[in-house]
Design a protein around this ligand. Structure first.
Ligand code: WT7
Length: 676
């Protein structure tokens, strides 16, 4: 089976489950008959010899005020620019241009968590009206203009895409922070983005509880101010218009209830700004190997072309489809494949509040039946949870999916098969899409009507994407080598971020330094994109992703930086040293385990473990909740004093600890093992 070079740190790839090659599954003829890409000839257009013009196919799906003169500008690698000279507006492409044909068709279906609250069906016309009104408010009440940044800390409500599209209409750069993140995490992102306006909501539902969300805005603003960034206005939507549902008082002069202020802007219309293709649409923060989250800065023309093209040809979305992606819009999946891609195609996109398994594990299937969902998009973590809690529920509901998506983490073949047979009723095609916040859209996936599916494998490169596996010296590993290595993308593509916001150097170092062949080179072929994942290429050219090779943990499809978690744990006064490692989990894929040693004079206790857990929740959010806190007498260390995370991870994963003779304190290993 695939082997992977061991290093000092611990990587997800090293604790990946090793699978055998699986059999192929084939799309059904009824799917092929209706699919958007059925002809191998179209796929051939995306062949390497047609690069970069192949991506014209995607850009031509949009309306441009001015057509571009240069498809790809590679003059300053790796700062590639797409469709240069082109001018467009993302909001116009998602709304205005559909009004002629689809005015009265649902753009969004919104399902609130309480099942006695009515589902909202928002037509394209209604969405257009609400976006325009909010754009007028942003412009006149907040004084925002193209190029300004604004931070959003919004839950899963239709007001979130309304705000995003209103920003896009004006050219204001939105930076949505996942609502589950803490006030502190929000503050860090406000400061980095230099936002003067924060848009939030008073409360939202999750797991049967109405959570007070506005209180996080107060923490965020206070902390941002301490860090030198003053938030001048906080715009607060009401979960129940007309009623303020939060315990926190409004701060005079800073806090404004959107639902009140908006009354002055009813029926206003705002002309979409004519913006350059390589302008910035939004920032999406993600975790990296250092403590500081990085803002992936996405473009207007390249990004929108890429997500629209992949939504059409890979997700197989048509205007008549009811498409449901269960991701949160606070992550890149939601930006690309709930909001921008599906709306640019004029589809009906479903937004739901809450979690898939509350009030019971039949909720998704109930919704699918009621709305006639025919494309379903979710993560392995959700599939595992639904399979465990309600393995037979899908059978009880009358829905028919033509296509299903899995994204965010590797999916175990066994789980894939349940998804295929039970959820998909053996009718639906499955695509396993591998990509990242930084990449804007899919990198590896099968083309659903053309390629066979293989459980556990993402598939070949998406059309126009050329992945390769490189060993640590940059030599390409052949598909038949059966060796794991670093997955890279050999070519630029339109969906890739422009840079890391405010940090070009980090952008180059993180994604391009590793395998760059010549820093002076102007040839894009010398600049492979380094993704930070380990993968194996099978002889059929399908890529199987094994997991992160850096200090990033993928928890339930969400990225957490071990450094971020460790810094948070070190805030607990009793803690002397902290190390966080990924541990395999049946539902979430991976969960973080926290190892700490205490400062002299303190002793371990259940209370202290709980305090550490609560600190992580407070500093980062509930997704950072550790699977276990280990208070150990000492950390296993090298002679130079480095904590051996690899050894800790092996212990927590109940694996062989390997060679520990180089440790300064090998005896500690047995002591820690006995605590398991
Ligand atoms: C990391 C990116 C892509 C949107 C959601 C996550 C892992 C993503 C897959 C997949 C195996 C996957 C990778 C990647 N990942 N999709 N289909 N199979 N692993 O975006 O938070 O930027 O995380 O998620 O490790 O690097 P993200």
């Amino acid at each position: 089976m695939a082997d992977f070079k061991k290093n000092d740190g611990i990587t997800e790839a090293q604790i990946a489950v090793h699978w055998k090659e699986e059999d192929y599954y084939y799309p059904k003829t009824h799917f092929i008959a209706q699919a958007n890409m059925t002809d191998e000839k179209i796929l051939e257009k995306f062949g390497e010899k047609n690069f970069p013009n192949c991506f014209k196919e995607y850009a031509d799906l949009l309306d441009w005020y001015e057509y571009w003169h240069t498809t790809l500008d590679t003059n300053n690698p790796p700062f590639f620019k797409w469709f240069v000279g082109g001018k467009l507006n993302a909001c116009y492409n998602c709304l205005d241009r559909h009004l002629d044909k689809y005015k009265n068709k649902a753009a969004l279906h919104y399902i609130p968590e309480p099942e006695d609250e009515p589902i909202q069906h928002i037509t394209y016309q209604e969405l257009y009206r609400r976006v325009n009104e909010f754009a007028a408010l942003l412009k006149d009440f907040c004084g925002l203009k193209a190029g300004d940044t604004v931070t959003l800390h919004m839950p899963m409500v239709p007001e979130l895409p309304i705000v995003m599209l209103a920003c896009a209409r004006l050219g204001v750069i939105h930076s949505q922070v996942f609502s589950g993140f803490s006030g502190k995490a929000c503050a860090d992102r406000i400061v980095d983005a230099k936002s003067k306006v924060l848009i939030t909501m008073d409360s939202y539902y999750r797991n049967g509880k109405l959570l007070d969300h506005k209180k996080k805005a107060d923490i965020a603003c206070n902390m941002a101010k301490e860090m030198g960034q003053e938030v001048e206005k906080v715009l607060i939507w009401q979960r129940y218009p007309g009623k303020y549902s939060s315990e926190t008082p409004l701060v005079e002069g800073r806090d404004f209830i959107v639902n009140d202020v908006l009354k002055d802007y009813y029926h206003r219309e705002i002309e979409p700004e004519i913006l350059p293709s390589e302008g910035t649409l939004f920032l999406m923060y993600t975790s990296g190997t250092t403590g500081k989250p990085k803002g992936a800065q996405h473009s207007i023309g390249g990004y929108l072309s890429y997500v629209t093209g992949t939504s059409k040809y890979i997700l197989d979305i048509k205007p008549e489809d009811v498409y449901w992606c269960m991701a949160d819009i606070g992550w890149i999946t939601g930006h690309s494949y709930i909001v921008y891609g599906p709306l640019a195609l004029g589809a009906s996109s479903v937004i739901f509040e809450g979690v898939p398994t509350y009030p019971d594990a039949a909720r998704p299937w109930r919704i699918a039946e009621e709305l006639g969902v025919n494309i379903f998009h979710t993560s392995p973590t959700a599939i595992r949870a639904l399979r465990r809690l309600g393995p037979d529920e899908p059978k009880k509901f009358n829905y028919h999916f033509k296509l299903m998506v899995t994204v965010g983490e590797p999916i175990e073949p066994e789980v894939w098969k349940w998804y295929y047979h039970v959820v998909g009723k053996e009718e639906a095609v499955i695509i396993d899409t591998w990509w990242q916040t930084e990449t804007g859209g899919f990198l590896c996936t099968t083309v659903p009507a053309i390629h066979a599916m293989k459980p556990g494998s993402a598939g070949p490169g998406a059309p126009g994407i050329y992945p390769a596996i490189l060993d640590d010296n940059g030599n390409q590993l052949e598909a038949s080598s059966n060796k794991a290595g670093n997955i890279v993308i050999r070519n630029p593509w339109p969906g890739r971020m422009l840079t890391i916001w405010g940090d070009d150097e980090r952008f180059v170092n993180q994604y391009y330094r590793r395998f760059n062949r010549d820093p002076e080179s102007k040839d894009w072929r010398d600049w492979p994109y380094f993704a930070g994942d380990a993968a194996v290429e099978a002889p059929d050219g399908y890529f199987r992703i094994l997991g992160r090779i850096d200090d990033v943990i993928n928890v339930a499809g969400h990225r957490l930086g071990t450094k971020e978690l460790e810094s948070a744990v070190l805030l607990v006064e009793e803690v002397g040293e902290a190390a966080v490692v990924p541990v395999a989990d049946k539902i979430k894929g991976k969960v973080p385990h926290v190892f700490v040693s205490l400062k002299p004079g303190f002793s371990p206790s259940k209370e202290l473990e709980e305090k550490i857990t609560q600190t992580l929740v407070k500093e980062i959010g509930p997704i950072a909740k550790p699977g276990k806190v280990w208070i150990v007498p000492d950390m296993p260390k090298t002679r130079s004093g480095k904590i051996m995370r690899r050894v800790l991870a092996a212990i927590a994963n109940k694996q062989d600890v390997g060679d520990i003779t180089t440790l300064a304190n090998p005896d500690i290993v047995k002591q820690i093992q006995s605590m398991a």
